[in-house]
Ligand binder design. Structure first.
Ligand code: IPM
Ligand code: MG
Length: 371
């Protein structure tokens, strides 16, 4: 059987240096576990713009379509901030999401024991936290039409975007969330602003219907997204799976991320619809951005990218055992006291990007020796 195809798009800022550490994990899997991928590398974001004049070349898009999964680093940076919208690095990422139809974005907010002290929230609020946010990723105000900036007759300018969802867009992401809840604690909380937005009313109605029709065994609740934001810092452990739209999901997942100590820890998976063989198009990426301020200095935290690879093994390649191995290795390294700058705590050892990568691979090797 042919090796599965993995397309690596390291992108901008700290993307390349954190991706280098994920590559080492892949090398280890190849050498020590006989797990091989057909790896391809290509450009996205500002890096692509410099070479092709666009943030994602058509040839790269075609490679992504042909891949079994994409692993992406980060996009963006001040160098490209002044470009027109269509050429900004972020458009490269949005095009991948849209054209691969990756409508379900899974963002786990998991607090590693060793890091519960590092959160800006109290230990007892975050220790043991394990929440999964499912963010709709290809609809809503990110893509809704009409959009634009126009000049009014009186000379004022008017900026506008459209929040829009159809029944099917709501139901397909809802299904992913309900199914995940079933594999977890069987609780799903749907968030919108049905008190002020029609799209929120529809969202709530459709989630309710879907629950009654297909997932009566899952405990479904609803919350206004602003209350949800508050509840997430008040008592985050009340949640199991949260499902929400594109924009609220963008915001709430950053918030949930910070509960875990650092955005530098958070992976994500973006999944499309299952085909006849049950395979989904998929892209995996850390939740953090390109962090141009610390890029290139070997201080960034590679864990979010390594955990994104682990999600790829779990969701795209049916390699849950190896995914577990990676996650345990990360846990062990943290328990051993190593910290990159973003999660540094008193009394711990501050290490570089590459030293953190080394330590994780070493832990994986040890887990093998231990059987
Ligand atoms: C994210 C990011 C992106 C988004 C940006 C980079 C376009 O914030 O993945 O959460 O807004 O979706
Ligand atoms: Mg975001």
């Amino acid at each position: 059987m042919a090796n599965p195809k993995l397309l690596i798009l390291a992108g901008d800022g700290l993307g390349p240096e954190v991706m280098r550490e994920a590559r080492r994990v892949l090398d280890w899997l190849h050498k020590r576990r006989g797990i091989s991928f057909d790896l391809e590398e290509d450009l996205v974001g500002g890096a692509a713009y410099e070479v092709h004049g666009v943030p994602l070349a058509d040839s790269t898009m075609a490679r992504a379509q042909a891949a079994d999964a994409v692993l992406l680093g980060a996009v963006g940076g001040p160098k490209w901030d002044a470009l027109p919208f269509a050429l900004k690095p972020e458009r490269g990422l949005l095009r991948l999401r849209k054209e691969l139809q990756l409508f379900a974005n899974l963002r786990p907010a998991l607090c590693f024991d060793a890091l519960a002290e590092a959160s800006t929230l109290k230990y007892e609020v975050v220790a043991g936290l394990d929440v999964m946010i499912v963010r709709e990723l290809t609809g809503g105000i990110y893509f809704g039409e009409p959009r634009g900036i126009e000049t009014l007759p009186d000379g004022q300018r008017r900026g506008f975007n459209t929040q829009v969802y159809t029944t099917e867009e709501i139901r397909r992401v809802g299904r992913v969330a309900f199914e995940l809840a079933r594999k977890r604690k069987n609780r799903l909380c749907s968030m919108e602003k049905a008190n002020v937005m029609e799209s929120g009313v529809l969202w709530r109605e459709e989630m309710t219907k879907l629950g009654a029709e297909e997932f009566p065994d899952v405990e479904l609740s609803h919350m206004y997204a602003d209350n949800g934001a508050m509840q997430l810092v008040r008592n985050p452990k009340q949640f199991d799976v949260i499902v929400t739209d594109n924009l609220f999901g963008d915001i709430l997942s950053d918030e949930a991320g910070m509960l875990t100590g650092s955005l530098g820890m958070l992976p994500s998976a973006s999944l499309g619809a299952a085909d006849a063989q049950g395979r989904r198009k998929a892209m995996y990426e850390p939740v953090h951005g390109s962090a141009p301020d610390i890029a290139g200095r070997n201080v960034a935290n590679p864990i979010a990218t390594i955990l994104s690879l682990s999600m790829a093994l779990r969701y795209s390649f049916d390699l849950a055992r190896e995914a577990d191995r990676i996650e345990k290795a990360v846990s062990a390294v943290l328990a051993g006291g190593l910290r990159t700058a973003d999660i540094m705590q008193p009394g711990k050892a501050r290490v570089s990007t590459s030293t953190m990568g080394d330590a994780i691979v070493r832990e994986m090797e040890q887990s093998l020796a231990a059987g």
